[in-house]
Design a protein around this ligand. Structure first.
Ligand SMILES: Nc1nc2c(ncn2[C@@H]2O[C@H](COP(=O)(O)OP(=O)(O)O)[C@@H](O)[C@H]2O)c(=O)[nH]1
Ligand SMILES: [Mg+2]
Length: 408
């Protein structure tokens, strides 16, 4: 390799650049000098003393440079503000569909959105009625019809309308606001049950068995619960006792992975009670806070299904004192009064301690939640108002009734 040739080339190249820079500097100096001279002439023409011309020229240039910088900063800030203004709109769109939205919705807002269909069916008609005629027989009949349409059930509707009628008479109530407040209060009275709240710290491990017919949302609900409890720092073990199809355990495994909790599963078709046994053993050995057991809801005959439930109950009780501590029945709100019939059948087989109502977001018949609480005397522990993890909520009757009746 010819090093001296290369070095010569570099020197020549560098010499050319230096020459070009020198020329550019020279040209700039000439330009600057003529600009400066011209500016001074103008300033003198305007009456500025000649000795102060340089000062004024530099002052003007300094001012211009400052203005330019300020303009740039202003433009940058404006662009940033516009960008920020766009974000909430995007977040809102996502949140409406999926709960993977960056900005979490408040509990009240989720409840409002989830119960929107029932709210529309109920409040528009009720306000129309309350704002119209006096409280007479025709009025009460129409109120009854509205409540039945929202699936409050005949028994609950009758009790509610009777209580409403009495209070209105005693208090001589009238006008939309007053009548609506009375209906809300009476509804809350019906829904408040004298039962303790679900307390997962009551036992260690706390065992929850989740039952219900096929497709109501058991596995999804367990997945959401696992994720919520794990987030709270609890150690959760899931038991895949729905051994009817491998896909059921696969579905639960995905949730377990997502929330970082353990899962006990056996092969497809194996004995669900054996899964319950292993799950209970594992929960104790691993010092878990909570064990949640998924079950199948699709055995060929009802008798089989109920026998299986009883067997799982017995197995759990033998392994962990007083387990299962909660037997939660999952009901699909979109099935309306049919869910009530299902609940009655399950109640005959096992001791149910609470209900989880799913898919309240998909129905205008949210009144069935009231019917469950009042007609079966079972506390509603959670409600599902959407498919996102945060759409499963601890049931709060006040919040529920507010979301149903509030003005939007
Ligand atoms: N819209 C809505 N869908 C739900 C809710 N809970 C569950 N689902 C859906 O219901 C379907 C059945 O759920 P799955 O958990 O498999 O029911 P399982 O057979 O009882 O275990 C799934 O598509 C879930 O995404 C809810 O609260 N709202
Ligand atoms: Mg399932």
């Amino acid at each position: 390799m010819d090093w001296s040739g290369i070095m010569n080339d570099i020197y020549r190249f560098w010499g050319e650049i230096a020459q070009w820079l020198e020329q550019a500097l020279h040209r700039f100096n000439t330009l600057w000098a003529s600009f400066f001279r011209r500016a001074c002439e103008i300033l003198v023409g305007m009456g500025v003393p000649e000795q102060q011309c340089a000062l004024v020229v530099y002052g003007i240039l300094y001012l211009l440079a400052t203005l330019l910088v300020l303009l740039l900063v202003w433009r940058l800030l404006r662009r940033k503000r516009r960008g920020a203004a766009k974000v909430p709109a995007d977040v809102g769109e996502k949140a409406a569909g999926e709960s993977a939205a960056a900005e979490p919705l408040s509990v009240v807002e989720r409840m409002r959105r989830g119960l929107a269909k029932t709210h529309t069916a109920l409040v528009g008609r009720i306000d129309g009625l309350f704002g119209g005629s006096a409280v007479d027989d025709a009025f009460l009949e129409e109120l009854e019809e509205i409540l039945i349409t929202a699936d409050f059930g005949v028994k609950t509707t009758t009790a509610l309308v009777d209580a409403f009628k009495q209070r209105v008479a005693v208090e001589r109530a009238q006008g939309v606001e007053q009548l609506r407040a009375i209906l809300k209060q009476e509804l809350l009275e019906l829904m408040r049950l004298p039962v303790a709240e679900l307390d997962v710290e009551r036992q260690h491990p706390m065992v929850m068995m989740v039952i219900g017919v096929n497709g109501v949302g058991k596995t999804t609900t367990i997945g959401k619960l696992a994720q919520q409890y794990s987030k709270q720092g609890k150690k959760v073990v899931l038991g895949a006792a729905d051994t009817f199809r491998a896909a059921a355990a696969d579905q639960l495994s995905i949730w377990a992975e997502r929330s970082g909790c353990d899962i006990i599963r056996h092969e497809e078709g194996s004995d669900p009670a054996a899964v319950a046994f292993d799950s209970a053993k594992a929960a104790v050995a691993r010092d878990a806070d909570i064990l949640i057991l998924d079950t199948a809801g699709r055995l060929h005959t009802k008798v089989n299904l109920m026998e299986e439930m009883k067997k799982i109950h017995r197995v759990l009780g033998r392994e962990i004192d007083a387990a299962p501590h909660e037997t939660l029945l999952v009901l699909d709100a979109t099935t309306g009064q049919n869910a009530l019939a299902q609940a009655r059948q399950f109640c005959q087989a096992v001791k149910i301690t609470g209900v989880i109502i799913t898919k309240l977001d998909g129905t205008a018949k949210g009144g069935m939640a009231v019917a469950i609480a009042t007609e079966l005397g079972l506390p509603i522990r959670y409600i599902g108002v959407g498919e996102g993890v945060d759409d499963l909520r601890v049931f709060d009757p006040d919040l529920f009734v507010d979301a149903l009746f509030e003005n939007r």
